[in-house]
Ligand binder design. Structure first.
Ligand code: G6P
Ligand code: MG
Length: 220
């Protein structure tokens, strides 16, 4: 079968808006509460990773993985989330990263489909605050995902939800785990940021993302 570009599948945090930074601040505070220090470099390993898996990585960093019961871990994760949600309270369309709204509009105008592949359970709320819900044809439900990125599951669910073959989609990601997930899903990958490996195209920031570039990447 001839491959044809049918869909673009977006990560949320760090691609649509800079909520990745708020995840970092909330985890940094939570970690400090239990005497663990994390920095931005360590935070890179948390991007694209589910809430509970992120907590496990933070605890394992200092060999603390057996210090808490499951119930205590759930309390810690809930505390991090409460702080994260508080940091998002003023989120508005002004917080959409540069170039993203025109890109979404151009993809829609070209009759291509658009899905979200974020493992964040806050994703629907974040999109609503940005007034972008209607720009997406399908939101993969993080609550139903068994494996975080780098597993391809969320990207495969997003493609299936749109009714397109993974090979006919391009994924956009700012995290290494996300790029690995896109590639494992059998899609072309556009990376945003620096230091990402294995992308089909890497841009320094979202203002460099265009439909023409995505179409070119698809043909690689
Ligand atoms: C995304 C972010 C992660 C975050 C995860 C879960 O993958 O990149 O930093 O931990 O979503 O988010 P949630 O809002 O459900 O805690
Ligand atoms: Mg991200």
């Amino acid at each position: 079968m001839v491959r044809q570009l049918e869909a673009v599948i977006f990560d949320l945090d760090g691609v649509i808006t800079d909520s990745a930074h708020f995840h970092y601040l909330a985890w940094k505070q939570l970690a400090a509460d239990i005497d663990i220090e994390i920095d931005e470099a360590f935070n890179e390993t948390l991007k694209g990773i589910s809430r509970m898996d992120s907590l496990d990585l933070i605890l394992a960093k200092d060999g603390r993985e057996n210090d808490f019961t499951l119930e205590q871990k759930e309390e810690l994760a809930a505390k991090k989330n409460a702080h994260y949600v508080e940091l998002l309270k003023d989120l508005s369309p002004a917080d959409i990263l540069p170039g993203i709204k025109p890109l979404l509009d151009a993809i829609r105008a070209a009759n291509l489909k658009i899905a979200l592949a974020s493992v964040s359970k806050n994703a629907p709320m974040v999109l609503a605050a940005l007034d972008l819900t209607d720009s997406f044809d399908y939101l993969a439900d993080a609550a139903k995902i068994t494996h975080s990125k780098p597993d391809p599951e969320i990207f495969l669910v997003a493609a299936a939800g749109l009714g397109v073959e993974p090979a006919n989609a391009v994924g956009i990601e700012d995290a290494q785990a996300g790029v690995d997930a896109i590639k494992s899903a059998g899609m072309k990958a556009v990376g945003v940021g620096t230091g990402l490996v294995g992308t089909d195209e890497l841009v320094s920031d979202t203002s460099k993302l265009t439909l023409a570039m995505i179409q070119k990447v698809f043909q690689i």
